[in-house]
Ligand binder design. Structure first.
Ligand SMILES: Cc1cc2nc3c(=O)[nH]c(=O)nc-3n(C[C@H](O)[C@H](O)[C@H](O)COP(=O)(O)OP(=O)(O)OC[C@H]3O[C@@H](n4cnc5c(N)ncnc54)[C@H](O)[C@@H]3O)c2cc1C
Length: 462
């Protein structure tokens, strides 16, 4: 029997929605909230059993700072989210005003509440598997879950899967990886529990990595980047606790609301396991990541005071994927746009986070550093992301916010951070609601100036 001979029944649901969001992740959940608050009927379809995507299920616990001239560039729903996390003790603000770290479990709850309070509906444990095309329009999507295959209808779709899963099946051309098709490294994040943060902080202080408040602790080591933890890594490699590649990237953060835990932005996955859209690679990455976590926990217990009795709190359910497919959109954001601080009449997001490529090319010097002469490196600089970067070519009623928006490899590495995904999601959600109500779902028919005014009225910094 060949796959094409399988004829499975598809249940066609009678009811439809104004907007269906595919993927309830960082951008998708915010898009769902924004669309529902704008009066649209909204369904968010999510593969896992909680929202938040990479932020929660890959345990990416810091919202990376995106500040220009002392002002956070992402406002609107991001502000509300942070406020609600802080009120629960699942976020916090350090002495320097950093209010960007969060407890991923608290984030799941807060995002889910915000989504349901907005009136949006949620469908968990459901995979989006295919679009149903009518010319250049997506008339519906086929999803798969415990109920089998179902067809769901909407006027507008938002592909927030992070991998442009729906867009690519709708025929949208995509870019993937760098010029050689090599992607950024994946990491399997984990939580280390049973840590005495005060003792660890006292140890790190003289090594230049302590914090005035152990509740906001951040430390790191990357070979040859000047971390004074490097000798400990050399020793651990010599005695066989660590592999050489474990020092390609090591980083840990404390977590608000979890007083004895650290969240690790590592281990980095083996370089040959690189494509986050290949299920075999993803499986290999989970397995490789767990082996790496064994080594890192042993290293922490042996070498870091305060971690002697530490134990595995949790593996991130999802391996962390930094970059896979990026859509070809009506506008392709480039490195030049970033370095020259380009602004756009249809801008929906502002960014000052730098080009940040986690390369798998061992110890290769990155082409783009965090400093230079370009206008972008001024402390008050920023560039903008146009609405057109969310519009995939060739499809009338689809928006793609988040890490798959239309950008080159270098540009994506700067705009992919969570708060930008929020802002892109908020813009996509509002635009989808407007397109569904006023323009028969055509996401290009709306006035981008009007969209910006409405985003501004909601507190967005555009
Ligand atoms: C290891 C790592 C460290 C990072 N560090 C930071 C950091 O410190 N700070 C920061 O701000 N950013 C960081 N980032 C970047 C940031 O976390 C991501 O770029 C961002 O969260 C991506 O958001 P997204 O909405 O595009 O995708 P996601 O948040 O990944 O959401 C995609 C969602 O779609 C769902 N989904 C996927 N396919 C389907 C399907 N077919 N059907 C249904 N649902 C589907 C997924 O389950 C998921 O919930 C990091 C990323 C990684 C991987």
């Amino acid at each position: 029997m060949t796959a094409s001979s399988i004829n499975l029944p598809v249940k066609v649901l009678e009811r439809g929605w104004d907007v269906i969001v595919c993927g309830g992740g960082t951008a998708g959940t915010i898009a769902g909230i924004a669309a529902a608050r704008a009066g649209a009927s909204v369904l968010v379809v999510e593969a896992l059993g909680s929202v938040g995507g990479s932020g929660t299920n890959a345990q990416v616990t810091p919202l990376m700072r995106n500040v220009s001239a002392g002002v956070n560039l992402n406002r609107g729903l991001t502000d509300e989210l942070k406020r609600r996390l802080n009120e629960r003790g699942d976020g916090g603000t350090d002495a320097n005003g950093n209010d960007n770290w969060f407890n991923p479990e608290g984030m799941k709850y807060v995002l889910e509440r915000m989504l349901l309070e907005s009136g949006a509906e949620l469908l968990y444990h459901t995979h989006v598997v295919a679009p149903v095309m009518e010319g250049e329009r997506i008339a519906g999507i086929i999803v798969h879950n415990k109920g089998g295959l179902q067809q769901l209808r909407a006027a507008v779709f938002i592909d927030a899967t992070g991998d442009a899963d729906l867009a690519v099946l709708a025929g949208v051309p995509t870019y993937s990886g760098d010029d050689d098709g090599i992607h950024q490294a994946m990491s399997l994040r984990f939580a280390l529990a049973g840590v005495d943060l005060a003792r660890l902080n006292a140890f790190l202080g003289p090594l230049g990595q302590g914090s005035s408040d152990p509740a906001f602790l951040h430390f790191w080591m990357v070979w040859e980047k000047g971390s004074r933890l490097e000798p400990l890594f050399h020793e651990a490699v010599s005695r066989g606790t660590l592999l050489e590649r474990d020092g390609d990237y090591f980083q840990a953060f404390s977590v608000p609301g979890r007083p004895n835990e650290l969240s690790f932005n590592c281990p980095r996955i083996r370089a040959d396991l690189n494509d986050g859209t290949d299920p075999w690679t993803l499986t290999g990455a989970q397995i490789d990541g767990r082996e790496g976590i064994e080594r890192l926990i042993a290293f922490c217990r042996e070498s870091l005071p305060g971690c002697e009795a530490a134990y595995l709190g949790a593996y991130a359910p999802m391996v962390g994927i930094r970059e896979t497919r990026r859509i070809q959109g009506d506008y392709l954001l480039t490195l030049d746009d970033i370095l020259e601080c380009r602004t756009f009449p249809d801008a929906v997001c502002r960014n000052h986070y730098p080009v940040d490529i986690h390369t798998v090319r061992a110890r290769e010097k990155l082409q783009h550093t965090r400093t230079g002469d370009a206008p972008y490196f001024r402390p008050d600089a920023y560039h903008e992301i146009p609405y057109r970067a969310l519009l995939p070519v060739g499809v009338q009623n689809l928006l793609v916010p988040g890490r798959s928006a239309s950008a080159t490899f270098e540009a994506q590495s700067a705009i992919r951070v969570q708060q930008n995904c929020h802002s892109m999601g908020e813009a996509a959600g509002l635009a989808a609601a407007i397109a569904a109500h006023l323009h028969g779902g055509d996401v290009r028919a709306l006035d981008a100036g009007e969209l910006r005014l409405r985003l501004r009225a909601l507190g967005a910094n555009v």
